[in-house]
Design a protein around this ligand. Structure first.
Ligand code: ADP
Length: 475
């Protein structure tokens, strides 16, 4: 059993609760059983005592009726031994308390006297029931008056030993204690067995988690559960969590690899151009201009990539863009100029250009547009066009970037705004692909400004991305 300290304590707690409850149930049940049996055995004895007393009373009266002399003589008792059995003692006392007669089985002993006030009550007609001790024997004793012509002529006492009742109750107590003890022991054993069976899968989860932490192998999974109970669901959730962690971890690794790759490419291009210049190309004005244009393009690409990463970090940190008036027409013009530098054989055009102002972060909005324009230039072959437009539509400012490029495959369209998603065919077309961050970042910026991005695309014909930003309320 591979159980840690906390597992053990859950198990211990389960067993303690379980056994505690069992002790409570057993002792309540045993107590009730004991009390019920005790009272029914006593009731049985009391019934026998009452029947005997009735018999004595009945024959005493018969004798009394025949000999009506003074009160001492009237209590003419039948021989008490007739009523006594080995386990029933009979005795009669005069009202003053003196013993008048006893059954022979009492030998030279007598049944005890009652305390004065109880004696009075008996003389007045009450029946007294109590447990008394004669020598070493415990007895149940019944005392009642023998009346003659409305006056008490004596007190009849009948008693039975409680030995058999005591023995029965003693045996019951033994059975309850031994049975309860054995039951408790078995229940603890059962509890240990059941709780370790129930907690074993939890221990396996812990063990796997520990192994993963030690080896950092996120590919490991717990064997699929056979049942859909709580533990089964825990295992499923744990596996799902591992799956997601693995996915995220792989995405992060791929991201780092991609970032390094993406940074290396423009740096290599810059270095190549610098080497050409150092080898004497600066003497030739045409080559100089070409190399410097190349370097500028690559530096711009690098800055955009760094800006993307920075925006991503801001988005992760929950930092919101500032809100200041931004003239979109000026912004569009800036982007248009930069785009013309980036375009290699693609014509960049300006479409309609309304004067529109929105509230937001100028740098981020420019980055949004540049990401869209960069994509359009990337996915439009030489000879194609990219058109930038700005216009109003109801209460929206609309910025659109339309290209006559390769378009987006229908299966890619639903995913292009997902992080790190890159169109499936991109690599094959020998095109430079990005990190798959351009569109998600553009969309994040649009949403942070209360807007959205819409896309229409036809494979082979081109795509149009439209950014809609809310116009500020009119003053
Ligand atoms: P990337 O850095 O790979 O361009 P993006 O998030 O900017 O990442 O774009 C995601 C994917 O969307 C691209 O890989 C590409 O397949 C597709 N895409 C985006 N813009 C265009 C476009 N103008 N024309 C064709 N495909 C596009």
């Amino acid at each position: 059993m591979c159980s840690g300290r906390s597992n053990l304590s859950i198990r211990l707690r389960l067993i303690l609760w379980y056994s505690g409850l069992l002790v409570l149930i057993l002792s309540t049940f045993g107590g009730i059983l004991y009390a019920v049996l005790q009272s029914s055995l006593l009731a049985q004895i009391d019934r026998t005592l009452m029947e005997t007393a009735l018999e004595v009373q009945a024959s005493a009266r018969r004798h009394v009726a025949i000999t009506p002399f003074n009160w001492q003589e009237v209590v003419a008792l039948p021989p008490l031994d007739v009523f006594a059995s080995p386990s029933i003692f009979v005795q009669v006392r005069y009202p003053a308390g003196i013993v008048a007669a006893t059954s022979a089985n009492l030998r030279n002993r007598t049944l005890p006297e009652l305390p004065a006030e109880d004696w009075e009550k008996v003389l007045q007609g009450q029946v007294d029931m109590r447990i008394v001790q004669v020598g070493s024997i415990r007895l149940r004793m019944r005392s009642e008056a023998i009346a003659f012509e409305g006056r008490p002529a004596g007190v009849l006492q009948v008693a039975m030993p409680l030995r058999s009742v005591d023995e029965t109750l003693q045996r019951l107590l033994e059975i309850l204690l031994i049975g309860g003890g054995v039951g408790l022991f078995l229940s603890i054993l059962g509890g240990i067995f059941l709780s370790s069976r129930a907690l074993a899968p939890v221990a396996r989860v812990t063990e796997t988690a520990r192994r993963i932490a030690a080896t950092e192998d996120l590919g490991e999974r717990l064997p699929p559960p056979r049942t859909r109970d709580e533990v089964g669901r825990l295992v499923l959730t744990f596996n799902e969590m591992l799956e997601r962690l693995q996915h995220l971890f792989q995405a992060q690794q791929r991201f780092i690899a991609d970032v390094s790759h993406e940074l290396r490419t423009p740096l290599a291009a810059i270095r190549g151009n610098l080497e050409v210049l150092l080898r004497g190309a600066q003497e030739d004005p045409d080559m100089l201009r070409e190399s410097l244009t190349d370097i500028e393009r690559e530096v711009n690409r690098l800055s955009r990539m760094v800006a993307d990463l920075l925006t991503l970090a801001r988005a992760e940190a929950g930092i919101h863009p500032e809100r200041r008036p931004v003239e979109l027409d000026r912004l569009l013009l800036e982007v248009y100029r930069e785009a013309r530098h980036l375009a290699q054989g693609v014509e960049v055009r300006l479409g309609s250009e309304d004067q529109v102002q929105v509230l937001g972060d100028a740098d981020q909005l420019k980055q949004l547009l540049l990401n869209l324009v960069d994509n359009s230039l990337k996915y439009t072959p030489a000879g194609g066009t990219v058109t930038l437009s700005l216009y109003r539509e109801d209460s929206w400012a609309c910025l659109s970037v339309a290209d006559t490029g390769v378009g987006i495959a229908p299966q890619d369209l639903p995913h292009i705004f997902e992080r790190f998603y890159r169109g499936k065919g991109d690599g094959r077309r020998g095109r430079r692909t990005g990190l798959g961050l351009g569109l998600p970042i553009a969309q994040w910026i649009a949403q942070e400004h209360g807007g959205e991005i819409r896309v229409e695309s036809r494979p082979g014909q081109g795509s149009t991305f439209t950014v809609r930003l809310p116009l500020p309320p009119a003053d």
